[in-house]
Design a binder for this molecule. Sequence first.
Ligand SMILES: [Cu+2]
Length: 435
Amino acid sequence: MTVRYSRRARGTLAALAATALLGTATAASPAVGAPAATAPAAPAAAPAPPCSAAQRVTRTLDGGAVWAMCWRYSTDAGLILDHITYQPPGGAPVKVLRTARLAQIHVPYDDGGAEYDDLTGAGFGWGLQDLKPAECPGGALTTVKIPDAGRVKGLCTTTRARGHAYRMAKDTGTGVYQAQAKDLLVYTVNKVGWYEYISEWRFSADGTIGVNVGATGSLSPVDYNAADGRGWPLGKGARGYATSHAHNVFWKLDFGLDGGKDRIEQYDSTVTAPARGGGPTVKTRRTAVTKELAGDAKNMRWWRVVSGTGKNADGHPRSYEIVPGHTDTHAGRPFTRHDVYFTQARSCEQYASNNIGNCPANAGDSVDKWVNGETLTKPTVWVNIGFHHIARDEDQQPMPVHWQGFQLAPRDVTAMNPLTPADLASQNGQPELGS
Ligand SMILES: [Cu+2]
């Protein structure tokens, strides 16, 4: 069935959603009596996450690593994950994230004729899709209760193979150390207008977190009118130009690594061409980000969130590095101009644009406004990954999923590769080279 909406109709939906949402911005929607999305029990050392069994996701992956977290659901943000901990094999659980969720999907069309804030202006959370078992292969579907909308089997927790975790030939020349890994996947599908967004969180046994949104569904049927050069011809000949547009996806991450206060660091490396007789040289500089920052991605630049309290067994502070995927940074709005934002955590600052967090009237309603010189003692991390979507013939029909996102990579969370086989456990630090 094809339902044709006008832009006006979509605007009305947005208005309705906004009205219905007043006062429910932070409401969680526990699934009463829903089956717990749990897998094998965690080792005794891992305390259960602080939520009811029905809200808990705990999974032991091959090799013995355990991820544990709580989930809740917001009719604005969609899936929210709280109290995310990673327990390396044989180690104690490490607190990684207090809260992680989407913070906006901003969709401006290239002709300026339409611009959506899908989370807080177009009903993202209300559009949670009922998933069939085949869409959650090998996993469990959990029922989410949506206020005024009913119960939706919308949360999938499952595992998926990701190939090699590592490989290393043995010194003897025969045999190999290798491991094939599976990731824990937690995802929902939310329909907004004609688009369907897969919001996926991927937890690897080595402590890496993959965060991605995949857009599928259909192109907007009312946007095949780009006669102004801002589209791409779909269908026969040179008719039906689908208007190009962007999907600027924002996530909001509140870490609290090891349960303490985090600090932010930026690293920049500069390359110097070779002097006569030598090779090129590289100098890497660390900058402590002590005040709020709107950060721009750059070649050889990266950021990490560092624990103020926790250290690994080597005495190195634990941290997570932000590893952005490909991004098209959109200069169209102040909040889309930058790739990361570090702001002092404030409970009313919830959405990267079109914020509905009841901030004071003069506070502004987008993340760029909240970068105003405050000292960062409790940083909130906002990641913006943009995709400029110039449609192609293959986008009909359904549209193949196009993904955008980033990784959070552990840096010194453990003293070694947490999946190190027992034979290699002594190989930490400079190896003995023999005589
Ligand atoms: Cu698109």
